[in-house]
Design a protein around this ligand. Sequence first.
Ligand SMILES: C[S@@+](CC[C@H](N)C(=O)[O-])C[C@H]1O[C@@H](n2cnc3c(N)ncnc32)[C@H](O)[C@@H]1O
Length: 310
Amino acid sequence: MSSVAKKKTNVVKNKTKGPGLKNRDTSGPVDFSHREFPMLDKDFKFIQDMALKQTGITLSHHKQEMIYSRIVRRIRALKLRNFSEYCRYLSQNMGLELGEFTNAITTNLTYFFREEHHFEFLKKTVIPEIRNKNAKTKKVRIWSAGCSTGEEPYSLAITLTNARWTSGWDVKILATDLDTNVIAHGRRGLYDIGRFDGMDPEVQKKWFASSNNGDSQSDEKLAVKPSLKEMIAFKQLNLLESWPMRGKFDVIFCRNVVIYFSKETQRVLFERYAEMLSPNGYLFIGHSESLHGVTDRFETLGGTIYRKTH
Ligand SMILES: C[S@@+](CC[C@H](N)C(=O)[O-])C[C@H]1O[C@@H](n2cnc3c(N)ncnc32)[C@H](O)[C@@H]1O
């Protein structure tokens, strides 16, 4: 799929740091007690503990500035005065606030055909193998775990259908994420035009339709065509909790998700992925992630691609 994503410029930087913070030394604890909405050490500790317990995400001190700016939006919306009040509010209204809290702390950076070599491998190696292996059932199941705003599952769907073999096959992609906002975005399937920079215009034209509602060109959005949407089920799911899925998957993509998890959480998660994969099923993880010292249930094929061995 080398022509599909020639350059990786269509990066969504949801909830990332603002300008001016890049060069700041954020290695140690920073004093947030004199800010407009004071955050004490004990408040950050509470947020760290809550994040770890509820999502598996480890928030180190260098994330303090980012967490401050994200949680402050909730504090303003709730008309609270400081982080201590927010922590109290969260613990007393878990049912109401937990979703907002987890949405605020997750990092959703993603883009179409991210780590292009994964999609190449899928096309050249995995798809031909699955077509042989599943020739009788004509069923393919793929899971995009931690799918963010949907670019990953849509890239998977495009790769599968572009290979021109899916007709007559039952192909389903499950796309899950903890964050309800990103799931809603993926389900809507509407993306700013700037997100398609670097995508082959033919691929763009084939799978996305203009949905400009008369606004300026820069506001233009493209909508995923229904035939592609139909292949994907977007569901909210916390990877740390129980999973309702019954059947096995041929392929699991879980990329740039476990980077925030402790080794122990990763161990449990990859054990569960091995159980969810069919024999010799494939697992794709992020470029800075590794299964080394985490699980022996997969063999590495290079390029952060793994195959289940047992
Ligand atoms: C950086 S994005 C990765 C998106 C996509 N996989 C990619 O590589 O482009 C990480 C996603 O993992 C999700 N996530 C984090 N913790 C999670 C959890 N415990 N359960 C499910 N999703 C989680 C976040 O909400 C976020 O959307």
